[in-house]
Design a protein around this ligand. Structure first.
Ligand SMILES: *Cc1c(COP(=O)(O)O)cnc(C)c1O
Length: 439
């Protein structure tokens, strides 16, 4: 295992703070010390040679840092981990095979069977299933609350509560939560606040600046950015005091798998990351592949430029749809007509992301007709691609639900979800206009 560095841009010294764009290109990376290769190589290797038996023993006991086996650490993945920690202003991070794998590692590192956490009910659909059904089988109980009133989180706290989980920019309804207020509740009740920052990316929002303790991402979306690579990451701020009470034995009690080592005491402000890696990745194995880390690193170099274009296009398309006679409502927090526009200005001043929904006049058939009539938009279940994407939730992702459940999830019969890409905005508008003419 490698210790997370505090300074993530090589040769950075002195008080100068590099900007976002510079960190996106450089953080964590340096020319290969052996070959001079300027780009980060794909270390396509499963394992690493030990100097001798003592060196191997030290590595296995977590008494010294280094590489053992790529289920735990890999040099290409390590560069991405350092870059993500830097971009989120966190202390350290651990990558995983997907966003859901990162969420699993996060909760596995915090919860024992019988424990409880509270989640916003406005989440990515897959997270609702993961938390509500699969986690339950592990004895991890989740209460979903309406996040529009931050006090709902406080009311749901029990003696067993170990975390609060939210998406600030929530998929897909253009909803923005009051991060600062929810963060205050988490602090008052002393549980870590976990933010899924996938749809905002660290370029638009840095949850840790508002008090988040852990940030998770599906790097599959805007971070890898081109629809090429699955991945996830969890970043820790290093600021949560796991020993303030006896509620986090996973962090503060001796770990039998490491000769009684205590993660928080031994590793301090990166103890959570070490726990997630040395126990979670070791025993469950959802590691990110070095090739996917490479694609994601390359894509992050253009993240700031891409996100600027994504949000500019999204606003242009949202304004067009809002004025279209066949559209009933557009739910995009970047529009001044949105009830979330003030929160968007506060938390997402560079733009309210590029994923939103709109409701057509007409029912189920109108939605089906539009997704089948567009050409430039791809009809598929993903977001955060360079390409523009379109989905009719009622006929796909939300098909199994009742009408009431669909409405509650913001996925009513004629709701369309859009993820706006990098194309020429006029072309996107033309495509939607042609499609709507057939509805
Ligand atoms: C896609 C997504 C996830 C799950 O990530 P995977 O990489 O698909 O496992 C979690 N949260 C949000 C907001 C997402 O969009």
């Amino acid at each position: 295992m490698t210790p997370p560095k505090k300074t993530t841009i090589p040769h950075q010294d002195g008080p100068w703070q590099y900007g976002e764009e510079t960190k996106a290109v450089h953080a964590g990376a340096q020319p290969d010390p052996v070959t001079g290769a300027r780009n980060t190589p794909i270390y396509q290797t499963t394992s690493y040679v030990f100097d001798d038996v003592d060196h191997a023993a030290d590595l296995f006991n977590l008494q010294s840092f280094g590489f053992i086996y790529s289920r735990l650490t890999n040099p290409t993945v390590a560069v991405l981990e350092e870059r993500m920690a830097s971009l989120e202003n966190g202390r350290a991070s651990v990558c995983a095979a997907s966003g859901h794998a990162a969420q699993f590692l996060t909760f596995f590192s915090l919860l024992d069977p019988g424990d409880h956490f509270i989640a916003s009910r406005n989440l990515y659909g897959g997270s609702i299933t993961q938390f509500g059904i699969s986690f339950k089988r592990l004895g991890w109980n989740c209460t979903f609350v309406d996040p529009s009133d931050p006090e709902n989180f406080r009311t749901a706290v029990t003696a067993k509560t170990k975390a609060i989980f939210i998406e600030v920019l929530a998929n897909p309804g253009g909803i923005i939560l009051d991060l600062e207020a929810i963060s205050q509740v988490a602090q008052d009740v002393h549980v870590p606040l976990i933010v899924d920052n996938t749809l905002a990316t660290p370029y638009l929002l840095k949850p840790m600046e508002w008090g988040a303790d852990l940030v998770v991402h599906s790097t599959t979306k805007f971070l890898s950015g081109h629809g090429t690579s699955m991945g996830g990451v969890v970043i820790e701020s290093g600021k949560f005091d796991w020993a303030a009470d006896d509620r986090f034995p996973t962090m503060t009690q001796p770990d039998p798998a490491y000769h009684g080592l205590t993660f928080y005491e031994t590793f301090g402000d990166f103890g959570f990351t070490m726990k997630a890696r040395a126990v979670g990745l070791r025993d469950f194995g959802p590691s990110m592949s070095p090739a996917n880390a490479f694609y994601t690193l390359t894509a992050i170099e253009s993240l700031p430029a891409r996100m600027d274009r994504h949000v500019k296009n999204a606003l242009t398309v949202a304004e067009f749809l809002q004025s279209h006679r066949k559209v009933k409502r557009v739910s995009y927090a970047g529009l001044s007509s949105s009830p979330y526009n003030d929160l968007a200005k506060k938390y997402l001043p560079k733009g309210a992301g590029a994923v939103f929904s709109c409701e057509l006049k007409g029912g189920f058939d109108a939605g089906v007709k539009l997704v089948e009539s567009v050409n430039l938009f791809s009809h598929l279940a993903n977001v955060g691609d360079t390409r523009s994407l379109i989905l009719h939730p009622a006929s796909t992702t939300h098909r199994q639900l009742s009408d009431d459940q669909r409405d509650a999830a913001g996925a009513g019969a004629s709701v369309i979800r859009l993820s706006i890409g990098q194309e020429t905005a006029e072309d996107l508008i033309h495509d939607l206009d042609e499609g709507l003419s057939k509805v």
